[in-house]
Design a protein. Structure first.
Length: 131
């Protein structure tokens, strides 16, 4: 089933239900980058997550979030080095690469609230699923 969501500046974003997009943009991308970026900055927050990986529509962010969850489940500290080790250098681009991880972590707004970020991601997911 084809779904449509709104990006910023009124851009329509089309995707198949349950499928992640490789070229996500707009407000959805910003919300998901802030959410995952906060987990890179504050990995202890992973235990407070109410978001499931399938709620993220941006492909590389979904895969990066899955790696973060996996590392935490294994009791391995989450950082760029452990993420690279888990993914392997040959698949690093599937999660955006090292520079992308650093970029989304440093882009997190100074006053960002982790719970607000989760709410926004959850709200985008809810809107996407009800259409």
């Amino acid at each position: 089933m084809k779904m449509e969501g709104q990006g910023c500046a009124g851009l329509s974003i089309f995707y198949e239900e349950g499928e992640c997009m490789e070229n996500c943009e707009g407000a959805v991308l910003e919300a998901e980058e802030n959410f995952v970026g906060m987990l890179l900055l504050f990995p202890e927050r992973v235990r407070e997550c109410i978001i499931a990986a399938d709620q993220l529509v941006c492909g590389k962010l979904r895969r990066l979030f899955e790696v973060i969850l996996s590392l935490d489940e294994q009791g391995i500290p989450v950082d760029v080095f452990s993420i690279v080790s888990e993914v392997g250098t040959e698949k690093l681009e599937s999660i955006g690469g090292i520079r992308y991880m650093v970029d989304i972590a440093v882009k997190v707004p100074f006053d960002a609230n982790f719970y607000d970020c989760q709410y926004i991601v959850s709200d985008f997911d809810w809107q996407r699923r009800r259409e």
